[in-house]
Design a protein around this ligand. Sequence first.
Ligand code: ADP
Ligand code: MG
Length: 455
Amino acid sequence: MTSIESKRVQYRKYLERAGVIDALSKALIKLYEEQNKPEDAIRFVRKFMCESCPDDAQYDVMKNDLEEAKVHITKLEQELERLRGQIKKSPEEYQELTIAGYKSLMDDEENVSSLLRKYLTPELLEEYMLVTTSAPVDAYLYDCAVTGFEHHETPVGLYAADAESYDVFNKLFDPIIKDYHGQLENDNDVLQKDADFGNVDEIENLDPNRKYIFSARIRLARNIEGFPFFPKLTEKQFIEVEDRVRAATETMDGELIGSYLKIGDIDAETQAEMVKRHILFQRGDEQLTTAGCYRFWPTGRGVYHNPAETFIIWVNREDHVRIMSMAPCGDFGDVYNRLVNGLQELEKSLTFVRHPRYGNLTACPTNVGTTLRASVHIRLPLLCKDPDRLLALADELQLHIRGHDGELANEDGVLEISNKRRLGYTEFELVKTLQDGVVALINAEEELEIAGQEG
Ligand code: ADP
Ligand code: MG
């Protein structure tokens, strides 16, 4: 006997001994004897072989139990998250976590580019480790830096836990702000100019023929005076912030009239559709999770929007308030005008925090100053064929092109282009920068079109 044959014999003997051949034969005989042959023969055999298999009714009950258990687990996870959010750490625990976090950040030799790593020296760590902002918030350096300690690849790694964090930990926040906003050479005491929305009429429709621009959007971020920022908001304060913003929207007029929806009241499918239409936010970002942004979710989170979905306010998404105006075309004049009106309306009943040196304060130091991000979703297919030139042009025009999954444009060739700077310029200057830059890019695209036709 060859070795393969002997293996086969051994295997058959094993199957016989174990009763497998017998069981399979019986099942096949049973199927053979069946008058009405079942459609699903495998299911028939499986059922026959497995005496302890549940019947259909039992199976349904089990499926139901599983679904219920999943819902229960989600609730328990939320409760756990809520309780975690209430835990107060002792100064000793803060010290231990800070030292460990700092060590892991500095020991990582592969991810060395975060601004936290660049500016948090051992001396500053020593000086700030046990210092806190005022009671009852009592924010530690750790509350601000935990994201950078745990996500070494993050570009900044620092959030302000409250407005005071910017002053109490100033020797850390200040260079990070200056570095990020390109102000390292600026020696002025005041980095941000006074708010100036300028002459709204000078902002125009950038694409009247609707050839390039799909949509335009401008957003601002604001935080209400007297409340900590998201890392330190209590559950009660999340609700208070929501109530205040909601009340402030009640006096909205004209095209700003809309309604407020609590995220907890919107079903998952509708939420997903709203996210797709760019009018709703989701939880999920890992860095923000670490910083405590989603504690007590979805408590206190919601969205106000008008029926046209052109004026939107997000509540407790990173900052207390994100105000945005949109249009499904390139009409920036329309978008800007509505945004300024909406902000003025909110300011009638809400006081937002402003810093003498940095302007409007936000949780993330990258947003301080004007907090303004104006953007277009635009198609520039010919320019996109030469990404190096496009990126160089954008840089020159002080614009930022947001990539999708590492690509310049998304799969439909749509780019998201926005102003790169938020600090050191007036609101009007930044919108004007975007306007001029987008016009220049469209002109460059048109030149390529003409060259293509001639060539
Ligand atoms: P923010 O700009 O407030 O920091 P995100 O970058 O998360 O927030 O963007 C929020 C949403 O706005 C995303 O769904 C994004 O696709 C959308 N968005 C950005 N710019 C535009 C635009 N010009 N037109 C339509 N949607 C936009
Ligand atoms: Mg963002």
